[in-house]
Write a protein that binds this ligand. Sequence first.
Ligand code: ADP
Length: 379
Amino acid sequence: MSQSHPLDSDAHALLDTLTSGALAVDGEGLIQYTNAAFCELSGYAPSGLLQQKLADVLKLPPKTDCALCMGACDPLNPQWATFHGGFLLVESSSGAEELRIKIKHSPLQNHWTLCLVDPFSEDTTLTQAHSDFVSTVSHEFRTPLTSIKGFADTLLSYGAQLPDEEKRRFINIIKDQADRLIRLVENLLTASKLGASRVEMSYRPIPLQRLLDKVAHSIQAKIQAKTGVSRNLEVQVKPADLEVWADADRLEQILINLVDNAVKYSPASSAVYVLGEFAPNDDSQIRISVRDEGGGIPEDLLPKIFTKFYRVESPLKQEVEGTGLGLYITKSLTTAMGGQIFAESTPGKGSTFSVILPAATPEKQAAHRRKLYATEEGE
Ligand code: ADP
């Protein structure tokens, strides 16, 4: 054993008590330690594992960056990273078999890595996702339903005694809450279609200025109806005749989600800036960014906000209506149209969400026309 071994005998004693398989790998990718649970899981004797290349024992998808999980973890965040997927080659009486595994790994000193390996159980993940889904959705349904029922009951019991203005106010609340339920159902349907890759796109050149003005106008109208005051939404497109190559309805949905979030998660007195321009150093792409001056998002949570049902824990979570589906839908639609989305944020200062999509170049339009003719001729 080399002198630079970063696991002392106490660490060995601790790892030996674990029910998860544990492995320590040196900077060359050679296994230098294995606990009894890993031997049991893999069917190998310790002597069959020590000094073996990790890559010969585990089969992992070829990616880049991290020597162990090859890119599935965040190399800038040297914490425990969990990686679902990959296989362990298990020794059995009928030869080597593949066991699907999940790995938690963390860097040690001297470029060593400690890995905890467990069989991957899809059921556990599904059950967790399912229970998150049920609790989020039932909460999101219950809130508007309680409000609708309460105001409808009041109107039925005391409607005759209430002034007309009060009755109209109650009916407006019922309508707003019913609209909220419709939006929730629409979001859930879109999310489930996206999960099953059943969203069809119809691409065409879209004049960006017109679309951004339309989005700002519809959000402004919603804010006005709700609060009675307007919000400072600044739209700028440079050059003004930029055209993006996308599905118009889907792009509108993406932009509404982003501008809606910028408005929801920043103070009413602050401005929201929407900018359309060519992507830096690439005239074949267009960048649309939505910037707010809100509370921002901690950096380590930025990758999480695009996952289904995730909402950042903060006092705002209770105050602001939301399901955690908007950014999941936004990202899925963007990538389905061949684009990219990313978020930058400084807590306390604000956030910028940027969507990159192809510009509607003459080449794109010509290729589209060729495809249409080919389809027509084939009919
Ligand atoms: P929600 O329905 O909760 O708004 P989203 O999927 O649109 O769901 O966003 C996920 C979470 O990301 C939000 O709950 C919020 O915590 C955070 N978030 C999104 N946009 C912003 C923003 N502009 N500023 C701060 N936090 C944001």
